[in-house]
Design a protein around this ligand. Structure first.
Ligand SMILES: N[C@@H](CCC(=O)N[C@@H](CS)C(=O)NCC(=O)O)C(=O)O
Length: 208
């Protein structure tokens, strides 16, 4: 299997962590949407990452579709996402908040970095960054209230923790001023617990 994209992308990184947590072997092809559009377009007509190329050549697009497939084939005990009911809904709710933070932090970063400075619309940047902050505050509250275990939904990491840690770290990279003075300490502690595991830590984005 090939994972297309660099771990600077939070969507690529969360996919890589799920692959690692499921002990799946894969090769990562570190293409960037800024520099490698033609190459990415060979796999994905929308020219986005991640894409995943299965061993028979089938291409899966979008981290949600890729992770859905990985869970179907390699998580028979439903450890990363409970099979049904309130437990499943709780993981999906928190995972959606983490995914939403990623989307809004990417929007903010594109607005600030891919436009000429004089065309950046501060009102829009502030709006999406308020959405990022709302999501981070919700995950911080969930991490602070996590009962009994170290993780958001029980005694082992789920998709909710994967997304929370990646959302935290990505915001730290692209909008460090939001994380100044550690305003979300329970979430930071959760991200640190994740990153202490090779499945998470080995995927941390290394510039260069
Ligand atoms: N919903 C998608 C979002 C993927 C996404 O937006 N990836 C970004 C990189 S972080 C990208 O490819 N951006 C280029 C573009 O949208 O033109 C997912 O979860 O995989």
């Amino acid at each position: 299997m090939q994972l297309i994209g660099r771990n600077l992308s939070p969507f690529v990184r969360r996919t890589a962590i799920v692959l690692n947590l499921l002990d799946l072997k894969y090769e990562q092809v570190g293409l960037s949407t800024a520099d490698d559009m033609a190459e990415i377009a060979k796999h994905n007509p929308i020219v986005r990452v991640p894409a995943m190329i299965l061993d028979d050549g089938e291409a899966l697009l979008d981290s949600n579709a890729i992770i859905d497939h990985l869970l179907e084939v390699a998580d028979p005990d439903n450890r990363l996402l409970p099979a049904s009911g309130a437990e499943r809904r709780a993981v999906l709710r928190l995972a959606a908040i983490g995914h939403g933070i990623m989307e809004k932090a990417v929007s903010s970063s594109y607005e600030r970095n891919r436009r000429p400075k004089e065309k950046v619309f501060d009102g829009w940047v502030n709006q999406v960054e308020d959405q990022v902050k709302g999501g981070l505050a919700a995950l911080n509250a969930a991490a602070a209230q996590a009962k009994g275990g170290e993780w958001l939904c029980g005694d082992h990491p789920t998709l909710a923790d994967v997304n929370a840690a990646v959302a935290h770290d990505f915001t730290q990279i692209v909008a460090p001023y939001i994380m100044k003075d550690d305003p979300y300490p329970a979430l930071t502690a959760l991200a640190q617990r994740g990153n202490a595991m090779p499945a998470f830590g080995d995927t941390a984005f290394k510039p260069g």
